[in-house]
Each structure stands twice: as C-alpha cells, then as structure tokens.
Design a protein around this ligand. Structure first.
Ligand SMILES: C[S@@+](CC[C@H](N)C(=O)[O-])C[C@H]1O[C@@H](n2cnc3c(N)ncnc32)[C@H](O)[C@@H]1O
Length: 235
C-alpha cells in the first residue's frame, strides 16, 4: 500500500465545490449520502462487496465520474454489478445523487474524495472493470505529476483488477492520449485492445457518453476511446 498521508498531501484534482447547491439538491444529498457514501478507508484492505448490502456479480470502479451520467447509465443496464464511483467535486456528486434518486438505482456507492485513497484500500483482483473518462489533462509540464494516468496509479490498477478485466480510458486531448498510450504500454500487465485500425476513435456501443464528452463534441473536438485488458497473472 502507498502512503495514505502522502496521497492526502498531494492533491491532484481541481475544485471541490462550484456554485451553491439549490435547497432541493442539498436535501437530496442529505437524504442519500448517508446511504451511498463510502467512508475514507483506513490502512486495511476492504473488499468492494463490503460496500453493498448483498453480494453482486462483480464490482466496477469509475474514477472522476463528473456528474455521473456514464456511471448511472452503466448501473442501469448492469443491475447485478456493484458500481463504485469516486468524485471529489460536490456539485458532480449531487448530479449523480439526482440520477440515483430519480431512477431509483440500487447498485451505486460513492466515494467523495480522491480516488487514489479508495483504490489503495481495495484488495488484489477485486474489480472486474475500471473507467477513467476524460481525466483532467493538466497540460502544463509542471502539472504532469497531477495526471491520474501515471505509472504509480497504473500499478495500483494492475493490482486491483482481475485477470482479463478491462480498463477504459477516454480523452479528447491528443498529447494526453499519447501520454496514456506510452505509460499503459510500458506496463507489461496491460494489453491494448484494438480490433481494427482506428477503432480507438470510435466509441463502443456499450460505452455511454459522459457530460464532458458531449461538451467536447459540441466544441468540435474528437475523442479517443482506449481499452486495455489486465493480462492473466502467471502461475
Ligand atoms: C474533466 S472532468 C470529467 C468528468 C467525467 N468523467 C466526464 O467525462 O464527464 C474530470 C473529473 O475528474 C475528477 N477528478 C480529478 N482528480 C480526481 C481524483 N484524484 N479522484 C477522483 N476524481 C478526480 C474531477 O473532479 C472531475 O470531475
């Protein structure tokens, strides 16, 4: 496990709060968060199944879910999967809570802090899939150390993903795309899935759009849809 205090001290996310929430939204958060929120784990490993009242078929993790459109869409079509979302931006958390409330989604749990704190506490081979959709590109070289996709976090993902589990990463930032590919391919535990040339430019059918992606498309930017598989462990 990495040093949790060091993670807490090395902030890599942007703002925690935007405009004040309306009274209705605040009331929804107050109603739902006590049921859905995952407390910051301590130094001992916690299986994702422990966050749900009964065992699910598998557990998937979304890192930085924004307002939660993709996470909620996955939860809707995969009701037997326990979906865990991490997002420190409170207005984003409120967006996901609104979807849980209106659609009565039962298979979502929320960690309202830095995803790295939760990832570190998950046991080896405990996740069937992970998503990092449009992570902040931190374009300035001096901020590259804040990038979510980096060797340390890739190593943690390699540890917590099961053999054959998929890691999906999207970005609309070409330089970050190259960075992601370089760092992912550098790690021998992952294989890039590419069925035909150029398919990384096409969103697979079971990959719902996120809010950021819709905004980016409207501004004329193209996205990359990168899929990697956790190579089976030897022995
Ligand atoms: C550009 S937004 C994309 C949001 C969403 N995935 C989408 O596609 O609409 C990146 C998100 O990642 C979140 N984020 C950044 N660092 C994070 C971290 N360490 N843990 C969890 N979320 C993080 C930010 O708060 C922000 O909401």
């Amino acid at each position: 496990m990495r040093d949790l205090e060091a993670i807490k001290g090395s902030r890599i996310y942007g703002r925690r709060q935007g405009p004040a929430l309306s009274a209705t939204r605040q009331a929804r958060l107050d109603k739902w968060l006590p049921k859905l929120a995952i407390a910051t784990p301590g130094p001992t490993a916690v299986h994702p199944g422990d966050y749900f009242p009964s065992a699910m078929r598998d557990y998937w993790l979304e890192i930085g879910f924004g307002k939660g459109e993709h996470l909620a869409a996955q939860a809707r079509v995969n009701p037997d999967i326990g979906m865990i979302g991490c997002e420190p931006f409170l207005n984003g958390v409120s967006g996901l809570v609104d979807l849980v409330d209106s659609e009565e989604l039962k298979n979502i749990r929320i960690f309202t802090d830095d995803a790295r704190l939760l990832m570190d506490s998950l046991p080896e081979q405990s996740l069937g899939r992970a998503f990092i959709l449009f992570p902040d590109p931190w374009p300035k070289a001096r901020h590259h150390k804040r990038r979510m996709v980096c060797p340390g976090n890739i190593a943690v993902l390699s540890r917590i993903l099961k053999d054959g589990a998929e890691l999906r990463i999207a970005t609309d930032h070409m330089e970050y795309c190259r960075w992601i590919m370089a760092h992912m391919l550098e790690n021998p535990d992952f294989v890039w899935i590419s069925d035909q040339p150029g398919d990384w430019q096409n969103r697979p059918g079971d990959w719902p759009r996120s809010r950021y992606e819709i905004k980016s498309l409207a501004q004329g930017r193209k996205s990359s849809y990168l899929r990697f598989v956790r190579r089976p462990r030897q022995g």
